[in-house]
Write a protein that binds this ligand. Sequence first.
Ligand SMILES: *Cc1c(COP(=O)(O)O)cnc(C)c1O
Length: 461
Amino acid sequence: MTATKPYTQFTYEEMAAKNKEYVWHPFTQMKQYIEDNPVIITHGKGRKLFDMQGKSYWDGVSSIWLNVHGHCVEEINEAIRDQLNLVAHSTLLGMANVPSVLLAEKLVKLMPKGLKKVFYSDAGATSVEIAIKMAYQYWQHKGKPEKQHFITMKEAYHGDTIGAVSVGAIDLFHETYRSLLFPSIKISYPFIYRSPYGEDRDTIVQKHLEELEKTLNTRGHEIAALIVEPIVQGASGIIVMPEGYLRGVRDLCTKYDVLMIADEVATGFGRTGKMFACEHEDVTPDILTAGKGITGGYLPVAITVTTDEVYNAFLGEYEEQKTFFHGHSYTGNPLGCAAALANLELFEKTSLVDEVARKSIYLEKRLKEFYELKHVGDVRQKGFMAGIELVKDKETKEPFEWKERVGVLVCRRTRELGMLLRPLGNVVVFMPPLASTIEELDEMLSILRQAIYDITEGNEE
Ligand SMILES: *Cc1c(COP(=O)(O)O)cnc(C)c1O
């Protein structure tokens, strides 16, 4: 296999030693990590990844929520190679390149109606920074500079740069940096399983919308935008919104003249069974951010897409200084845009979004069976985004203690059984590549179920 060729002079042990010596891994307690034998990936094919020790694994979380068609997909490989033979990179500052133009056209056609202008960057976090700065500056141009504040949802995750962390609300990740952050207004995200308003979904929606309206009513005049992970709040533990909430948020933002930012970095590009999650409730945000699946999980490209209304507010004479002074070195990278174009062509060719919607009905049915397990408290799923919350006691919903690391242990067990996963606390996340077949899903699910059983029940009498 040619993919492994370049580095075959090294043994696993040598590579593991270099990894330990030189690399600091993200979201990883390095003290523990370096005591373990690391998985070192050499290549991938389809929905599988292969490591230096000759083991293969299902990519059960799509390499952290990115992968779409699988690994080493010929059409995407070829598109990148073709572009590479032309030019690897040229700037978008004051000039254009071919793939970024064609991709923007394609994206606008796919977007919820009304989103018209594409601003490129290179990570989900940067796409959010851009959205924040755009919203902030928009109101200055509109003559309402007092609109400076942001509403976000409790437990929200929008990336790890300082602006994105400022609108983030996962204490474990964000609290350390509090004094560095700008303050944001936090309202609660409707969470059916642990709702203080009982189990009736309409009541939950209504109560949460009332909470939002109260905030908007008192502070709307000083709020630039509300940012939300539409339909599924991801990093908080795959929390699926009850129907009607997103629509309600949109309507309230409109009513109180607040921009709505939909962060579709995780949910965009088919993940929830629609091209964009906003489509589930026929919502067009004022600004939409996306990344992750945009290149099929190949290269770092992200986008911030907005309406003509927002875009036009930045138009003016040079000396008016209405320019959006923001950009990154690799904004609009041609290789990334070429990969994204090939990715989106494959979406069409394989009717991928419809297929995800179809297969997710099957996935839902299979995941419901997990309730047979003693410690599965809640199964949350939308499309190919699923979270299984493990609890100590199903009746009382008492969580496992943090230090029990039950999510970590389950994922360690799935790895032994041949699938790579990564938990969020006590929530085991399952997010297979969108092109996974029913047979592949079955194999992954049986590993998942086995691992949950082994860790939570296997030692019980
Ligand atoms: C992953 C994620 C981000 C951050 O994206 P990066 O590419 O990791 O910077 C932002 N928002 C949401 C909803 C995400 O899931």
